[in-house]
Unconditional design. Sequence first.
Length: 342
Amino acid sequence: MKKINEKLVLEIPRRLVDKRLDVAVFDLLQKKISENNLSRGGVARLIRAGRIRLSGKEVKADHKVDLHDQIEIFAEDLTAVSPELQPDPDMDIPILHEDEVLVAVNKPSNVQVHPAGHTDRQTVAHWVVAQYPEIRGVGENVLRPGIVHRLDRQTSGVLLIAKTQPAFMGLKELFQSRAIEKTYIALVYGHMPELVGKIDKPLMQRSGELKRFVVETQHIPEAAREALTLYRVIARYPDFDLLEVTPKTGRTHQIRVHLASLGCPVVGDKLYAWKPMRRGEKLFSARQMLHAYRLRFELFSKPYAFEAPLPEDFRSILRKVDETREASYDDEALKSLLSSTF
């Protein structure tokens, strides 16, 4: 997909040959617009209005497309098939760093990174277009301006936003090549089997289900994805461990699934922590105790390192589980824990 004179030009691949024009356009636009916000009716209306053309000619929605046909869509008409991402200037998202190519923020918990449906109104994406309207066209999806990676709604911490298309592509390549060092802080139920260890278990997802699960059989299904997580216990409490976690791969829910597979799910995780382990959960906040603490990488020959301080809700939980009441859990205390060795 590319822009030519303010048009989007899409080429019909072999898999869509002999499909209806409206079906083919709907399929191809899913790569540009979030599926939950894409309207096939909007596509059909644009075809009837002559705003979607086949090799420069107006055709009907039921026209069968051929291999390498060129579909032209006026860029400004994308809002007809996807709702406009409205700026939200009232959101408060702390900025950790900003320069000419990227912004690093400390995403609060219980904030979605980008819209996942028609009801999402306050997301990081809405904040981005309010604070940086020039980023609206950066990236590969109009509902994810400049957003290269994501964090779960309940996970807080460092999130990167590209300010330019070259920066977006550069960061995307770094994530795909696993050249970005990611460090998380997690509070888990129980005690890990080792003080320092790794979890090397492939992950799978059943069709139609949100949950992932680990594959522990000798014969790994083709659909399974490799997943490797390193961890270190940095504080041990009577019923909990505080961990430094480094995911070496970037699978969805990877840290949460891997820790749960060892019988130590993340505190507050409603999806992977089974009910018997949520004893005393009334003491805890509603969100999972997982925080994206640090990112390190090099972009355009410039080294970057960002750290997001633990939010107060996370520190409050640590104060509650620490029966000695001796730890302060300020930034220096956390850095001291992270620098300690066994």
